[in-house]
Write a protein that binds this ligand. Structure first.
Ligand code: SF4
Ligand code: SF4
Length: 357
């Protein structure tokens, strides 16, 4: 059995485990070389990081806990000098996505060969506008070149625009532009940390009036349009269920999900602290998992989070909506199906390869 098939089998098996989390996002660094207007990370950087061996040990712990899918983010995770080693380790264990602001991935191609997705953030087709949002001149050109280079190299790159007031009316064009080149799209939704708890794990989204979506009808219409486009365009990876939930949120101010933080998903910070999401106080250290996972303390936090309505971060909504064992399995299956360009690559180049997919 090749390691890719072994990985698929292991991921599917973990996806079916009841009362286990499916997804983790690990912000492995708090360093960033960009200055995005809607983000706090770059203003609150921290040079401290877990050593490589501790990150690898933490990844093993997450696997033992039942995590099937991981996002490595930051800051920019590729700024870590040991990114290659960490990514290689993660890719063997999980469906692995690496986020990059577009500045680093082309320089670290070898580190990315085995990941399932590299998500590159591009927010506009207008270079000037994109660079304004990123706070870095030349960001657009670098990111577009990065996407093209990765795509040519057969690496599974996806573009992930953050939907905000500034680009709401451009999302369809951005989608068509990249999809026509065979590049899939996922989306983020501009959000900011609504509470300012001094114990918060760390801050990400910064309140910025320029970004806050005020035209709820337009947002709902965008959801409808993407749902329609999805029927013909397999490069649109966002799920219909998620688009319907977002539409309902903007149109009727209703949440048709309960938050599954610290239940179906969790986050880990650059120091190995874990929380249900970054907005709440850290709950433990990754090195105390899985012992603490079933504790009374965690159960009571889960109850609180299920009632929480304090954010609209798309990834958290996504893993709340798709949070049953069946949902997780469907998700894992869909993600592997969505990685068809990867399978295509393997068919042509690595059919009998033992490389993990
Ligand atoms: S949004 Fe990402 S790339 Fe931009 S400053 Fe924040 S962490 Fe860096
Ligand atoms: S809704 Fe969930 S993810 Fe958002 S702040 Fe509350 S607990 Fe965190």
């Amino acid at each position: 059995m090749t390691s890719s098939i072994k990985k698929a089998a292991a991921v599917a098996a973990r996806s079916l485990l009841p009362r286990k989390p499916h997804h983790a996002q690990w912000m492995i660094t708090r360093r960033c070389n960009y200055r995005c207007l809607g983000c706090n990370v770059w203003k609150e950087q921290d040079q401290r990081e877990l050593p490589t061996e501790d990150v690898k040990r933490g990844l093993d712990i997450l696997k033992d806990l039942g995590i099937a899918e991981i996002v490595l983010s930051g800051g920019d995770p590729l700024l870590r000098e040991d990114a290659e080693e960490i990514i290689e380790h993660a890719s063997k264990l999980f469906i692995t996505t690496v986020y990059d602001n577009g500045s680093m991935a082309a320089k670290k191609i070898e580190a990315l060969r085995n990941v399932d997705f590299v998500a590159i953030s591009i927010d506009s087709l207008d270079p000037e506008k994109n660079d304004y949002m990123k706070g870095v001149p030349g960001a657009w050109e670098t990111a577009v070149e990065t996407v093209e280079t990765l795509h040519k190299e057969g690496i599974n790159v996806a573009v992930t625009p953050t939907i905000s007031k500034l680009n709401l009316h451009e999302i369809v064009d951005i989608t068509n532009h990249f999809s026509q080149k065979g590049i899939p799209l996922w989306y983020c939704l501009y959000s900011f940390d609504m509470i300012s708890d001094t114990n918060q794990l760390f801050r990400i989204g910064k309140m910025n009036d320029e970004f806050v979506i005020t035209d709820n009808q337009a947002m709902a219409k965008l959801c409808d349009t993407l749902i329609e486009m999805k029927k013909k365009d397999r490069n649109i990876l966002i799920t219909t269920k998620l688009l319907k939930a977002v539409k309902n949120l903007y149109l009727n101010d209703k949440r048709n999900w309960n938050c599954r933080a610290l239940d179906n998903f969790l986050v880990v910070d650059h120091l190995g602290r874990i929380a249900g999401c970054h907005i709440h106080k850290f709950a433990s250290s990754i090195f105390d998992l899985p012992k603490i996972w079933k504790s009374q303390e965690f159960n009571s936090l889960r109850k609180t989070y299920r009632e929480c309505k304090q954010c609209t971060y798309l990834c958290y909504i996504f893993y709340s909506l798709h949070g049953s064992p069946y949902g997780n399995l469907t998700l894992a299956r869909d993600q592997w199906k969505n990685a068809r360009f990867l399978l295509k690559k393997n068919n042509s180049k690595h059919l009998n390869s033992a490389k993990p997919q």
